[in-house]
Design a binder for this molecule. Structure first.
Ligand code: TLP
Length: 344
């Protein structure tokens, strides 16, 4: 059976153009700094983000963890949103790899109140850890792909500057945020000191993320990448797909957002299912099935028998994701099928 896979935008295989670019890619040993395609991708992303330099890493998780390791020292504390990917879904890497502890802030739709962030900064005191980093996430995954407003980012960045604390942005889906806001990605990235950009989500590259920041940040990050086993030798073969992702696929995200809206409206019209349509801004949807008395595991199991994949969850509110390979007729099939299975 050919499944309609709406578990995540990470399930997207590389496009034909990417495979061709990968085939043709000029490569060299990137640990020696000699892979021309990796260098091209890094320069491209640095330019796109308005930063001095960039570094190709294996994944979004590595990009975030290497960034945290680069900005902090063991025993420090970092401030981040309680539902952020860095805190929730990176296998405790903060504690295990970076050796830092988290000061969590409860956000609204993923956005932290700047006053709460400032309130978490530790004063100088023999008993306290040093606060050495603030992290943000835009778009915010667990907030259902919602976009953090630029004025919120700007306020948090100024607080960071005032206290001499750098700000890292998990911009795994920064281009979805840029598409929603109708701005260039660098208009978002200017409100942080380092940014992690994922190539392998809605942008369809098979592998990889790029972190960007000052030259000093990237030089130090390169050592941590090597330490974690991320020195990838002829990585140009992967970077070639990343270049297509940045140059082409970033222009294509509005379609995914339109399909997400269509799906959200269709789901919301079903008895027992509700979606807060105001919160559907990009390609992720949080749908509430409590009215139908079904949790995510039950819905996932029923949908699977109809050829549709979503991630299981023990909760009544769970995620649907659109991406490059989801078309309008897939959305219609998902809506029809959900309509059937909630009545089963
Ligand atoms: N998100 C994945 C899962 O890990 C949850 C998904 O399906 O959405 N930052 C953000 C905001 C992310 O959403 C993800 C992946 C990452 C970082 C990590 O990227 P990878 O999977 O490349 O390590």
């Amino acid at each position: 059976m050919e499944y309609i896979d709406i578990r995540s935008d990470t399930v997207t295989p590389p496009t034909r153009e990417m495979r061709e670019a990968m085939y043709r890619a000029e490569v060299g040993d990137d640990v020696y700094g000699e892979d021309p395609t990796v260098i091209r991708l890094e320069n491209l992303v640095a330019e796109e983000m308005g930063k001095e330099a960039a570094l190709f890493v294996t994944s979004g998780t590595m990009g975030n963890q290497v960034s945290v390791m680069t900005h902090t020292r063991r025993g420090d504390e970092i401030i981040l949103e309680q539902d952020s990917h860095v805190y929730c879904y990176e296998v405790g890497g903060l504690a295990y790899l970076a050796g830092v502890q988290a000061a969590l802030v409860k956000g609204t739709d993923g956005a932290m109140d700047p006053a709460d962030v400032e309130g978490k900064i530790r004063p100088l005191n023999i008993h306290f850890p040093r606060t050495s980093l603030i992290c943000m996430e835009n778009t915010h995954n667990r907030a259902g792909g919602m976009v953090i407003p630029l004025d919120n980012m700007m306020s948090i960045h100024s607080i960071g500057k005032k206290h001499g604390i750098p700000v890292h942005l998990d911009g795994a889906r920064i281009y979805n945020a840029a598409t929603y806001l109708g701005v260039k990605a660098k208009e978002i990235a200017r409100h942080c000191d380092s940014v992690n950009v994922c190539l392998s989500k809605g942008l369809c590259a098979p592998v990889g993320s790029v972190i960007a920041g000052s030259k000093e940040f990237v030089d130090r990050a390169r050592k941590f990448r090597k330490m974690l086993g991320g020195g990838m030798r002829q990585a140009g073969i992967l970077a070639a797909a990343g270049i297509v992702a940045v140059e082409k696929m970033t222009k294509d995200l509005q379609k995914d957002h339109d399909n997400a809206r269509l799906l959200a409206e269709g789901l919301n019209a079903i008895d027992g299912v509700s979606v807060n349509l105001e919160k559907v801004q990009t390609n992720l949807i949080m749908a509430d099935f409590s009215g139908a008395g079904l949790n995510g595991n039950q819905v996932a199991e029923r949908l699977r028998t109809h050829g549709i994949l979503i991630n299981g969850s023990p909760h009544y509110v769970f995620r649907f994701a659109t991406h490059h390979y989801i078309e309008k007729d897939h959305v219609e099939k998902v809506i029809d099928t959900v309509n059937k299975i909630v009545k089963q």
